[in-house]
Design a protein around this ligand. Sequence first.
Ligand SMILES: *Cc1c(COP(=O)(O)O)cnc(C)c1O
Length: 473
Amino acid sequence: MPLHGKAVWDRLEETVGIRPQFVGPGESGEVSRFKLAETGMTTEQAYQIVHDELMLDGNARLNLATFVTTWMEPQADRLMAECAAKNMVDKDEYPQTAELELRCVNILADLWNAPGQAVGCSTTGSSEACMLAGMALTRQWRVRRRSAGRPADRPNLVMGVNVQVCWEKFCRYWDVEPRLVPLAPGRTHLTADQAVRHCDDNTIGVVAILGSTFDGTYEPVGDIAAALDHLTASGGPDIPMHVDAASGGFIAPFLDPDLVWDFRLPRVQSINASGHKYGLVYPGVGWVLWRDSHALPDDLVFHVDYLGGSMPTFSLNFSRPGAQVVAQYYTFLRLGRDGFRQVQQASRDTARWLADQIGELDAFDLVSDGSGIPAFAFRMAGGMAGLAADSAGPSVFDVSDLLRMRGWLVPAYRFPADLTDLAVLRVVVRNGFSRDLAGLFLADLQKINERLTAGRPALPIIPPDTRGAGFHH
Ligand SMILES: *Cc1c(COP(=O)(O)O)cnc(C)c1O
């Protein structure tokens, strides 16, 4: 009697131990996606199903939207896999991982020119780092106010409206008034006079961003510090600064050594950076450092048992992966100062080159040129209309859609107040986005430019194997 369907395969599996992929139980039917199934499946099946679904994600290497590392060396991959099971918080069980964290803090303190004994820690990213820095500023301000016998119930934080969302989160979560300094035509980030104008006795600090996420430009940290010095000297409040160097903290020390933005400025109390951005590590690791132990109030620090002794910790999370911290130490050892300089210079060179080329295209105008962090923004050229979705011409949002058809992920967005008429596309150049890839990207953008400037409707770009077939001249 012949066997049919599933029975055939059951029999085959019994006798010769084979079962073709994609037809086993749990695989050939519907997968239970939102409810735990009664029974599981084999490792191969589970892997294949999850792996296949993720093919629908964008390609991380073509993601020009993110600042986060999308390529690491195979040796780093191996180290991270080896450390996947290590919990950063288990200082007693993994004392060497804790030691590597400490070494990274020391390396960063040196890189950011801390004058004495800086203190700091790793975090899950800059967001957590900024929360910790903001909490320290609030605590310091409260202590100052109370010891002066003044009310300490209405703290505010001064920053450009172009801050990353983590600062608005910090303000909402910890009940601090966000003083968001608006932008203006020709001014896409915070300036010194604007910062000072928004400060008062209740200001816990001023945040300056080294590498604005909107256009990659550096805020003038030194000028802001000087203006705050002047404010204090003329009888005003003495307001500390925090530098959000999420991206720039790993760029400026190597490419702009003469730019004074870090602990060389006495007013800078704390600095954060994302190890998983230009620190060249996969997500998620961040860093926050205070210039010395006076800048970090004692009562925020908890002490955990560590090799029979006690280890200070300051964090929001308890458990957290150790692999990223290990990988950060690996990148420091592997590259050294010279290696970092070469990697970041290559990214800046590619960003500057690509920005120059895009600036040449009739359809677009540059908003920034990649000379801050290796990222830049561009908009539709003056005569091209196309700012708002409701205006007649093609918009940056259309260009973003057209690029996506080729796999390029390039975000289009509006600037915040008072620059909401400015809509841009932004390209982030990272290690792994080679000059050659940038050339391929440019070729696609040039095709879009041709269509836009010829006044034809913007059609999808034609895939390479059928190139030419769909163009109607
Ligand atoms: C990315 C970024 C953040 C948030 O950092 P995460 O590491 O993603 O949490 C904060 N500030 C700036 C300026 C950033 O670029």
